[in-house]
Design a protein around this ligand. Structure first.
Ligand code: ZN
Ligand code: ZN
Length: 691
């Protein structure tokens, strides 16, 4: 009887163990990516090294360093031998988690080193940016008598590319040739990339041409090599060849070819766009690439148009897309579209991303809405130095110097360490707010309390600060005494100050430096000739204009944009292309009568004098910001504030005229010119005529 029960009990136990086997299977849990459960089981039963290897793999792919370390400890505690197999898994886990120091410790402690272990160590170094260590391990490997294989070569070439070490790269290449094997596809691709990175495009192309087999990676690498080195034509040529050979471009092709257009002078995005339009399957990567391309080449309206098209083609934008389009909105001062994007990211719950909030602060500040910027800033649960700096810069460009300083103090109080960019923002806020003493004081604070060595940008801010306050001699002294070579922004700041304070001698000095530093920029010639014109020195002004003509420099045409119902309308000086042109000019006529009745006299000094007096008035009349304002007045309800963005510095007459207009029409008019924001309200401007 007793025996009978015992049999049943044993049978029951047997069934229990066997039937419940699946949940106890660590390997199965690993395959399903259930790391926590696998770890839990690992503690409850003794396992062999194969199981540890399996969990280590999962730790590596999930980049879970803490779990990986625990397993390492368990292996040691259980007294399991760390052979080449286990060591490889450990090294791989540590490298994947970015901890090459621990990886190297395991490697050092392993006596028996297989080619896999060497490869894992070298790859770990190369992938984590430890290129020198990768190359020295490669030498060690050869000394120890283990011959490298294709996998070793891939990592070593990657390290050569990272260090731009052409010599070492060529040695590896020679080794591959000597080995007599046909060029492997992956090795070929990495060789092309290495030569491209080392700017040896001839060699890159030779390898590319000799490759018996190419995939899309090969084509993209060759295109990227040309394009990153500024050879747009060659990049396009390979691209055309790619099509001839029947390889189809993918989203990475677009991303590879873009740098050529962004950096190549006189190149438009047209060719990339053709490729993009022809692609049958466009994923978010290709949309991001093309939109970022337009943002970087300054075609912001097109970037926004594509963003809308992306939505209508049902491709969901990600945080990279949103950052690009927010910066396009910022550049265009397209506040309504910026707001719509803000609403959208709230809806899809992306709003908690720190860098998106930073982009929102920047967008709102540049679109003239400091209050919205501040709301975003206040709503953030976590802020970094970029957030603080963006908000301080926002206050600065609107002339709210005091607010900028208050915020900077709060930043110090909350323990966020300012960087050199923060100080550029603080100094320029002091400058725009006319806070000279405070600015000088913060310059000292930066050096003394934060040990930040002043850059040439900081000096430019100081020159601007002193120059605006009319302390031109001090500004000049500062330039002479500064320990760095003064650059374009330093002399540019001095020239602008000379323009505001009508100092022809110093203006001439600054301009001469600028003519050598930036000979291709017409703006400085115009500024100097304006300084002469204002001082009544017409002959000198004319000499400068002639100089410009001789050099073939044309004054950049003034262009103003205004956003209306999610569309951006742009106007050039004297523009008659707009469909509402007649209405616009009629509006300007009626405004002109009201302004003159209120005491406005056109200030013709701002027009270069080679035209007759009555033409001068006409030229002023048609400056692009006035056209944009008239257009805004016609198309919006009374009382709606207007926001206009202009590419150049606003002229004195327009500034004067807009003050009158703001009073006559009782509107708030904000103009963002090349220098700053002007907030016109009831006959005066926030800059206090100081810009
Ligand atoms: Zn003007
Ligand atoms: Zn102003």
């Amino acid at each position: 009887m007793w025996l009978h029960y015992r049999k049943i009990y044993l049978r029951f136990l047997h069934r229990l163990v066997h039937n419940f086997r699946p949940p106890l299977d660590i390997e199965a849990l690993c395959n399903e990516g259930r790391l926590k459960e696998a770890m839990h089981l690992l503690y409850q039963m003794p396992v062999e090294s194969g199981i540890y290897a399996c969990v280590l793999e999962l730790c590596a792919s999930m980049k879970s360093l803490s779990d990986g370390k625990e397993i390492h400890a368990q292996i040691i505690l259980n007294g399991l031998p760390i052979n080449a197999f286990v060591a490889t898994k450990l090294v791989r886990m540590y490298c994947k988690c970015g901890n090459v120091v621990h990886a190297r410790l395991v490697f050092e402690q392993t006596m028996e080193r297989s080619v896999f272990l060497w490869n894992t160590m070298i790859r770990g170094y190369a992938n984590n940016g430890f290129y020198k260590e990768a190359l020295s391990s490669y030498s060690e490997m050869q000394v120890s008598g283990i011959s490298p294989d294709n996998y070793t070569v891939l990592s070593v070439l990657k390290a050569c590319a990272g260090m731009e070490d052409l010599c070492q790269g060529m040695k590896v290449h020679c080794r591959i040739i000597r080995s007599g094997h046909e060029l492997d596809l992956f090795v070929g691709n990495v060789l092309v990339a290495m030569y491209g990175k080392c700017r040896s495009l001839e060699y890159a192309r030779q390898v590319f041409d000799k490759m018996p087999l190419r995939d899309n990676v090969s084509w993209n690498t060759m295109i990227a090599s040309y394009s990153q080195n500024g050879f747009c034509d060659r990049a396009l040529e390979v691209f055309e060849l790619m099509e001839v050979k029947g390889a189809s471009p993918d989203s990475l092709t677009i991303a590879s070819i873009l740098p050529a257009f962004v950096h190549g002078k006189g190149k438009s995005m047209k060719d990339v766009r053709e490729v993009f339009d022809r692609m049958s399957q466009k994923d978010v990567i290709s949309w991001n690439a093309i939109i970022a391309g337009y943002v970087q080449t300054g075609e912001w309206e097109e970037a926004l148009r594509l963003f809308h098209q992306m939505g209508s083609e049902d491709v969901k934008p990600d945080s990279i897309t949103i950052t690009s389009v927010l910066s396009a909105c910022a550049r265009l001062a397209a506040l309504q579209q910026g707001k719509a994007i803000h609403e959208y990211i709230k809806k899809i719950k992306l709003v908690s991303h720190l860098f998106l909030c930073n982009a929102l602060i920047d967008m709102y500040a540049k679109c003239g809405s400091v209050n919205d910027a501040r709301q975003v800033f206040d709503s953030m649960s976590q802020r970094d130095v970029v957030s603080w700096t963006a908000m301080i810069a926002g206050y600065g460009m609107h002339g709210h110097g005091k607010d900028a300083i208050t915020l900077f103090c709060q930043m110090q109080h909350e323990g966020t360490q300012p960087d050199h960019i923060t100080f550029v923002s603080v100094l320029s806020a002091c400058s725009h707010g006319g806070l000279v003493d405070e600015g000088m004081q913060y310059f000292d604070v930066m050096i003394r309390d934060y040990c930040i060595a002043p850059t040439v940008e900081h000096y430019a801010c100081l020159v601007d600060l002193l120059g605006r306050a009319g302390r031109l001699c001090e500004a000049q002294d500062l330039i002479e005494q500064m320990p760095l070579e003064p650059n374009e922004s330093v002399w540019g700041a001095l020239l602008s100050a000379c323009r505001v304070h009508c100092n022809t001698n110093l203006g001439k000095l600054a301009a001469e430096h600028l003519f050598t530093l930036a000979p291709e920029k017409p703006g400085y010639y115009v500024l100097l000739s304006n300084i002469y014109a204002e001082a009544g020195r017409w002959d000198d002004a004319l000499v400068i204009r002639k100089l410009m003509d001789e050099k073939g420099l044309k004054k950049e045409p003034g262009c103003s944009v205004i956003e209306l119902k999610n569309r951006v309308h742009s106007f050039l000086v004297g523009d008659r292309c707009h469909p509402q042109s007649d209405e616009i000019y009629a509006k300007l006529d009626s405004l002109d009568r009201l302004m003159r009745a209120a005491g406005y006299v056109p200030d013709t000094e701002f027009v270069l004098h080679e035209v007759e007096d009555e033409d001068k008035e006409h030229l002023l009349y048609y400056h692009s910001e006035k056209l944009a304002i008239a257009f805004g007045l016609i198309n919006t309800d009374p009382g709606t504030p207007l926001l206009i963005t202009k590419n150049l510095r606003m002229c004195g007459d327009c500034h004067h005229a807009i003050k009158f207009i703001s009073k006559i029409v009782q509107r708030e008019i904000v103009v963002r010119d090349a220098n700053r924001f002007h907030n016109f309200k009831n006959g005066s401007c926030s800059c206090g005529d100081y810009w």
